[in-house]
Design a protein around this ligand. Sequence first.
Ligand code: ADP
Ligand code: AMP
Length: 220
Amino acid sequence: MRLIFLGPPGAGKGTQAQILQRRFGAKQVSTGDILRDNRSRGTELGKLAESYMNSGALVPDEVIIKMIEAELDTLPDGFIMDGFPRTVAQAEAFDCLLESKDLTLDAVVLFEADRATLIARLTGRWTNPRNGRPYNAATNPPRVPGIDDEDGGPLVQRDDDKLETVTKRLDVYERQTSPLVEYYRHSGKLVQVDALAPVDDVTKEIVAKIGAPVEQNAAG
Ligand code: ADP
Ligand code: AMP
């Protein structure tokens, strides 16, 4: 299964990608997680990306496209792109890349939510820095505050989830990423889901709308 999750920061893309990758075996590819991992390891890529990420701006297209190109060869069972593409230039480059490998997209899932909800979700988000799993102090709390339910390690609040950076990121989404809605509508692959619904209901709506195949790993 090859999917793109499209939608503003805080809409629940990472939450759903983590659930569906377990159910269907397609790997979640979060460009934000890859960049944060590089930043914490102090790689050249991480150093280059840092100032953009801290300010809520997008990392330059050519850097992201090169990163995805390397990633695509490691995804034999499909992918769920979470946070990529984020500009029309990235989407066009991705189309070329897929075509060169004879791969097609199954669907682009658009997560819809209002700005006030997104701000509340992001400023209440706690993240497992080891695998990107998100929790929320209000809507989806861990069993023990500050601790991941599964690996027992600490959760952190991302620096860019501060109110000031959140509003900047939402503006960046409107300006640079929302044109992708029309881009993918033209391809006939776009499906929309109500991202305001509870987590389980969003999962059900996605599964119904993408016409999901037989589950590969229902136990996980
Ligand atoms: P994104 O990957 O789109 O930025 P996340 O999946 O990290 O969004 O979710 C943002 C925040 O909202 C997290 O704190 C998450 O726990 C919470 N969240 C995700 N989906 C829902 C939902 N359907 N209802 C309520 N809270 C949610
Ligand atoms: P995210 O984890 O998706 O919220 O992304 C966090 C930050 O990483 C963004 O605010 C950008 O600075 C950067 N980033 C992630 N994905 C991309 C992308 N596809 N294009 C450009 N910048 C990105």
